[in-house]
Design a binder for this molecule. Structure first.
Ligand SMILES: Nc1ncnc2c1ncn2[C@@H]1O[C@H](COP(=O)(O)OP(=O)(O)OP(=O)(O)O)[C@@H](O)[C@H]1O
Ligand SMILES: [Mg+2]
Length: 377
């Protein structure tokens, strides 16, 4: 593939997809030397790939995007687009499209003029057509002649997204681009964003708090906590093979069950005893010593209820919710404070106080170090 080191000068053709590589990226804000906002991020994003950045508030998502965009200085580390180091370039020279919520629109100009502004400055060919096409696809035709002050927050957000897209950037950074849209517009714009991203091959990072949005958009997820990427993988890898307890708890709805247990090694594999003589579960884990106390993670979707008391963890149904497509049974286990949530088939019904046995396939029972939260395999 040919790579280009310059921002394109025409607006009507797709940019050539570029890789984006972050190496040991660190940000320490002045006066916040005790807690670096970003603590050494490594991410190798493929040309044309869409990565969703997920993580709790304050974990460093926006700081990371702002460093890539050139809106924030880098304390140390490198940022490359293709082979080109960009971390010391001014923002305007990086060839990056930015759709940040706080990204200011020029108040005296109409939406159309705002969208055309950067393109005209670069004398891009086909600018009017491109603005018309993106506006139509993002359902913005009725806003084009309005001024920013007259727009709702959801409309402003779409203008910010459109402004990033019309420039046809090789790299696109979006920070919560759809958070102010209502549910149905959000779904439609999300779909259109994905189609445009595929069509034009922008290498994209999207920050979102919405897991469904992340799963529907992303080729890969980067799950962050406390300034560090905890896991980078496809949605299936992150869901099915979590690197640690944080990732297991952060990704997945309903949330994974975390129970305290004790590993008993049988034939080289750990069986975990749970609660006070409430039974236990087989696992495929080989790397744990007999008698180790562990955190046991089991997704509600992986649990089943059985009547065979030898097969799993004995529980008493404390709560049962019928949610149309499935049910959720919450059980209490003797000797455990935390309840265990089991997703049940839509047709099944459980009564409060009913005695049940919770089972799960051994390969879906995850063990974590009780101190560090690291996965035991
Ligand atoms: N300009 C700044 N000066 C000092 N500290 C900052 C600055 N901007 C962010 N921080 C701190 O850096 C950390 C990371 O902030 P950041 O905005 O990157 O988080 P985030 O993951 O985007 O959170 P959210 O999901 O709430 O948007 C936080 O502890 C925040 O308080
Ligand atoms: Mg943020």
């Amino acid at each position: 593939m040919t790579t280009r080191s310059r921002t394109r000068d025409t607006a009507d053709t797709a940019s050539v997809a570029q890789s984006l590589t972050l190496t040991d990226l660190v940000k320490v804000y002045h006066g916040r030397e005790d807690v670096p906002a970003v603590k050494g991020i490594n991410l190798a994003i493929e040309p044309g790939e869409l990565v969703a950045l997920l993580g709790p508030s304050g974990c460093g998502k926006t700081t990371t995007l702002r460093m890539i965009a050139g809106l924030e200085t880098v304390t140390s580390g490198s940022i490359r687009i293709g082979d080109r180091e960009i971390s010391q370039l001014p923002a305007a020279k990086r060839g990056i499209g930015v759709g940040f919520e706080s990204y200011a629109l020029y108040p005296p100009m109409s939406v159309r003029e705002n969208l055309l502004y950067g393109l005209k400055a670069r004398k891009a060919k086909g600018a009017e057509e491109r603005v018309a096409s993106i506006s139509r696809r993002l359902e913005m035709d009725d806003m084009l002649e309005l001024r920013p002050a007259g727009l709702s927050s959801g409309q402003k957000q779409r203008v910010a997204l459109a402004r990033a897209l019309v420039r046809n950037p090789p790299v696109l950074l979006l920070d919560e681009p759809l958070s102010h849209l209502d549910a149905s517009a959000r779904q439609r714009v999300r779909r259109e964003l994905k189609v445009l991203q595929r069509e034009f091959g922008y290498t994209t990072i999207v920050v979102t708090h919405d897991q469904v949005e992340a799963l529907s958009l992303a080729d890969r997820l980067a799950v962050m906590d406390a300034g560090v990427v905890q896991q980078f993988g496809t949605p299936d890898e992150v869901f099915d093979d979590p690197a640690n307890l944080f990732v297991a708890q952060f990704v997945g709805e309903p949330q994974i069950n975390v129970l305290r247990g004790v590993a008993r090694v049988r034939d080289g594999r750990a069986h975990v005893e749970i609660g006070a003589n409430a039974g236990g579960l087989d696992t495929t884990v080989t790397g744990v010593a007999d008698g180790t106390r562990v955190s046991v993670g089991i997704r509600p979707q992986d649990c089943a209820l059985s009547t065979d008391t030898r097969a799993g963890v004995r529980a008493t149904v404390a709560y049962f919710e019928h949610l149309l497509e499935f049910g959720l049974a919450t059980g209490t286990v003797a000797g455990l404070e935390e309840g265990i949530v089991v997703q049940t088939p839509a047709a099944d019904h459980y009564e409060i106080e009913q005695q049940v046995v919770v089972t799960a396939p051994p390969e879906r029972v995850y063990l974590f170090d009780i101190e560090s939260g690291e996965r035991l395999r």
